[in-house]
Design a protein around this ligand. Sequence first.
Ligand code: 13P
Ligand code: SF4
Length: 308
Amino acid sequence: MDLVKEIKRLKEEKNAVILAHYYQIGEIQDIADYVGDSLGLSQKAAETDADIIVFAGVHFMAETAKILNPTKTVVLPDVNAGCSLADSCPPEAFEKFTKAHPDHVVITYVNCSAEIKALSDIVCTSSNALKIVNSIPKETPIIFAPDKNLGAYIIKETGRDMLLWDGSCIVHEAFSMDKLIELHKKYPDYKIIAHPESEEHILNTATYIGSTSGMINYVKEHQDQKFIVATEAGILHKMQQEMPNTELVPAPAKEDNTCACSECHFMKMNTLQKLYDCLLNESPQIHVPEHIIDRALLPIERMLELSK
Ligand code: 13P
Ligand code: SF4
């Protein structure tokens, strides 16, 4: 069976839209109607008139799409595609933490569960985090969760003193500083660009720090330069497609793996076959309890409003 052809046929027949993150495998990015970062994907999910949203990403992303579209069918090719960062913030413990600091505004990075979003005042992504934090009056104390690395980067950039949750992404914490130094010795004229989920010592080496879309745009604007890319390696697919003549090398991971880069095994759980199956069967579907949607929608809408 020609999976690509069949997915396209089913998509038309069922009025479905395929939204994919830059960390998805190349074949999925190539068949998607839209490929983007977390903010772009939420914006597309908010404005779609499709009946079915096929979310080629991880669970919290599909949940966000469902919160924005409670009456639509939202499917995720592999329902086990989770996120270490979202898992590092369990709702009960987080509720206790926020209750211990009732005067704090709660800003949560979109990489968290719907339950955590329901406990938040406003959501942010890596592309609007600085703007969202700066929108809070200076005298108001802030809780930022769940990513401590992004949180530390925001504190450094804005000068705000925020209370941070102790969460992190296993993929962005897997970069090896020693190997990065070695690689840079081999490619001394390459600039390092990094995602703010990376640890501070990695960020300190970077010429540019930003979201996945931000990194792609930076490379686009500097196509004559060469880059070492410190984020999940799936992003190289889009970069190489759009900038075929730009030389790119993925930042090395601590553990040796097949690509010597950092890969998110959650993102890579989705395959073309699973995408076809979920579109055909309209399963596995994402369900979010109504009382959670009621509380999680406003913090997401606030973010979308501030990001226009
Ligand atoms: P962005 O694409 O929003 O930069 O997020 C990266 C990420 O880790 C998604 O899981
Ligand atoms: Fe989560 Fe990290 Fe994978 Fe993104 S790359 S989905 S933050 S584990």
